[in-house]
Structure formats: structure tokens, C-alpha cells
Design a binder for this molecule. Structure first.
Ligand code: IPE
Ligand code: IPE
Ligand code: MG
Length: 245
């Protein structure tokens, strides 16, 4: 993917960057269908695109990114699509490792990824281990992730630790989510023109700015990311208070 153009970079205020940008990478199937191709071609293109967008985050010096790659509800898709998609994930976790290392990207996983085939779990574990010392960008990949399931898991963890009700705070819950230690997203981008959250980071997006792009995910470029950041910087985030003068 092309790098972000200088013209756009000049419009971005480096002191007002989002710390964390999260993506609902939607529209791979429709992108393929429009071209008369099987849906899996869209997934292949979508993964290629994700790498370009992640490099865009790096170019902007944004420190945290999250990609929604497979939801707990995506298991309801045809077996053939799931199988092909999981193979694409595994192959890319192996083949793109060197590129992630070059870019100083540290990988973390959100979701119960142990449910995937063992060769994919192994590839993920290796990626987490080999990238653990990188500091340019922390990239979370949400795989077999559902936000409601994440909250149930957090409540169970808290109960198992034996915490009393008056010891429960917002921080207690945050610390027991998959995203523990990550800043909440400042900007959430969903592609394909859908105005919904689809069980993604429900707790974490309490005050996130939401940007909907009409483009299908395989068409969403690093320049589109830069334009979303420019839009983000024009927002007045009040956090329930009144406008600052
Ligand atoms: C997003 O694209 C990728 C995954 C959910 C795995 P879709 O596969 O949902 O594509 P559409 O929304 O059907 O076009
Ligand atoms: C959300 O997209 C999940 C991912 C991008 C992984 P979906 O295509 O699954 O969401 P819905 O079905 O349109 O809500
Ligand atoms: Mg979809």
C-alpha cells in the first residue's frame, strides 16, 4: 500500500494524535462479490490491506492499534469460509512476522484464541513471543473475540480472586479484560458503511470517537486512515463536560 501523502501528513497535528485507533475491518465479502469473486478472495485482500493500514499507524507514530479480525459470532458462517479464513490467518502470522519485526510491532491477542486449530495457535504464540520486546506500536488482534464474553470472563476472574463488592471499581473491571493495560481507543473506524458495533470493545469505547467509512475494508487506504485522524482532530471531545474556551 502507498504511504500517506505529504499533503495529508502536513494537516495532522502531531501533538493531538489518537493514542489508540481500533478498526472493525468489515466488507471483505461484499468487496469480492462486487468483482464476481468468492468471498475468500476478499479476505485475502483484506489481510493484505490490514498490513498496509498498520504501516500507516506506524508512519503516523500512533502507538496502539486494534484489529477486529474474527468475532465469537463469526463461527456461524459456512464451514468452508471459516476454514479458508483460518488458513489465511495462520499463513500470514508466519509469513508477515519478519515485516512486523522490521516495523517494531508488538503483537497481543484479544479473545479466546486457544479455540483455533493448534497450528494457528502455535503461530500466534510464536508471534507474541518473538515481538514482545518491540516498542514502536502495540497491535492487538481480536480473534474469537466478543465483548460480552470478555465481560463475563472478567466477572468470573474477579469472583475467583474473591474480591468483595465494595472493592469493585471501574479499574477492577478494566484490569480483568483482555485489553488490560491498553489505553481505551480514541478513534474507532468501521468500514463498509455499517453503523453498528457488532460486539466489539463495548466497555472500552465509552468515550471513543466513531468514524464510519463507506469503503469496503480492502479499499481502505493509509490515506483514508490519515483523513480519519484529521477528522478526529477536528472533534470536540467533551467527556460529559462543557466546551473548553
Ligand atoms: C469482515 O468482512 C471480515 C470478517 C468478519 C472475518 P466480512 O466477511 O464481514 O465481509 P462482508 O461484511 O460480508 O462484506
Ligand atoms: C464484525 O463484522 C466482525 C469483524 C470485522 C471481525 P461482521 O461482518 O461479523 O458484523 P455484522 O454481522 O455485519 O454485524
Ligand atoms: Mg461483515
Amino acid at each position: 500500500m502507498d504511504k500517506i501523502s505529504k499533503k495529508l501528513l502536513d494537516k495532522i497535528d502531531p501533538n493531538k494524535l489518537p493514542q489508540h485507533v481500533a478498526f472493525i475491518m468489515d466488507g471483505n465479502g461484499r468487496w469480492a462479490k462486487k468483482r464476481g469473486l468468492p468471498r475468500i478472495f476478499g479476505h485475502r485482500e483484506g489481510i493484505k490491506n490490514a498490513i498496509g493500514v498498520v504501516e500507516g499507524l506506524g508512519q503516523l507514530n500512533i502507538k496502539n492499534g486494534t484489529l477486529y479480525a474474527f468475532s465469537t459470532e463469526n463461527w456461524t458462517r459456512p464451514e468452508k469460509e471459516i476454514k479458508a479464513l483460518l488458513k489465511l490467518f495462520r499463513d500470514n502470522f508466519i509469513s508477515k512476522k519478519s515485516r512486523l519485526l522490521e516495523n517494531g510491532v508488538k503483537i497481543r491477542l484479544l479473545g479466546d484464541y486457544q479455540k483455533f486449530p493448534q497450528d494457528m495457535v502455535d503461530a500466534i504464540d510464536e508471534l507474541i513471543e518473538d515481538t514482545k520486546d518491540n516498542t514502536n506500536l502495540e497491535l492487538a488482534i481480536a480473534l474469537n473475540y466478543g465483548s460480552r464474553q470478555e465481560l463475563v470472563r472478567a466477572v468470573k476472574k474477579i469472583t475467583e480472586k474473591g474480591l468483595k463488592s465494595d472493592e469493585i471499581t471501574i479499574e477492577t473491571i478494566s484490569e480483568n479484560l483482555y485489553t488490560a493495560g491498553m489505553p481505551d481507543p480514541d478513534l474507532l473506524i468501521r468500514t463498509s458503511g455499517e453503523f453498528r458495533i457488532s460486539n466489539f470493545l463495548l466497555w472500552q469505547i465509552a468515550y471513543t470517537e466513531v468514524f464510519i467509512s463507506e469503503k469496503f475494508w480492502p479499499q481502505f487506504t493509509a490515506d483514508d486512515l490519515a483523513n480519519a485522524v484529521i477528522w478526529y482532530q477536528s472533534r470536540n471531545r467533551r467527556f460529559g463536560s462543557v466546551e473548553k474556551k
